[in-house]
Design a protein around this ligand. Sequence first.
Ligand code: FPP
Length: 261
Amino acid sequence: MAESPANAVSPVPPPKPRLPPGRVPRHIAIIMDGNGRWAETRGRPRYEGHAYGARSVRKIVTAAREAGVEALTLYAFSVQNWERPDVEVERLMELLLDYLVSERETILKNGIRLQGIGQVERLPPKVLRQLRFLESESADNNGMVLTLALSYGSREEIVDACRSIARDVAAGRLVPEDITEAVVDRYTFTHGLPALDLLIRTSGELRLSNFLLWQSAYTEIVVTEVLWPDFDEPEFFRCIETFRSRERRFGKTSGQVASEV
Ligand code: FPP
């Protein structure tokens, strides 16, 4: 007799990947690379790689939140990406808008505070509107800060910071002798976030690509060969385990670090 849906055994869902207990980086940033290659090796248009990449974004935001990461910063679109073919830029903007609309509930429900950094005023008006809307709706959340780097460039950020500092000096609000690392940091987009502990880059490329140059001075960098659309929770947790295996010395000796512990 054929099994009826009523007495059919429901399939057991695969166990949820878990991060083994241990130190969790407070702030993780990701260069989500390899979408184009992922699509091209399948004979598909590049934007399909970005669409699958957006699925990885959803998975990793949830995994980071559940693991207790305080800040997750994703390189979603660089200043230089505006030079890509129009069709690719348009698709990326559509995906971004779709993400901001469709993830609104999940972001709010999970206490995530979302913010955009970069030259966001260059985004199409409807994307910028939705970004501002979600930024203000989530402003009081204190679960995890999700930062989307959009139309972002680190050199551009540093140039902007220099201009603002120069303006404040010219206006008498700041004296050059008072400019310290902490002061410069206040002029960056990431001010207020914990120091960047871990930077992950997918797709095996060994470059920073104009991402968080000031912030990554003492960041641990983990590069995985996995292309971003294939990047999943187990791979994310492997990157965190690699981070855990590193000794962070901040310019000191191994002996000094050991005695501090
Ligand atoms: C780099 O891969 C990736 C990008 C330029 C865009 C990243 C966008 C997403 C992951 C999806 C949309 C974002 C959100 C937040 C929903 P590449 O195109 O340079 O890949 P390639 O090096 O293989 O060509």
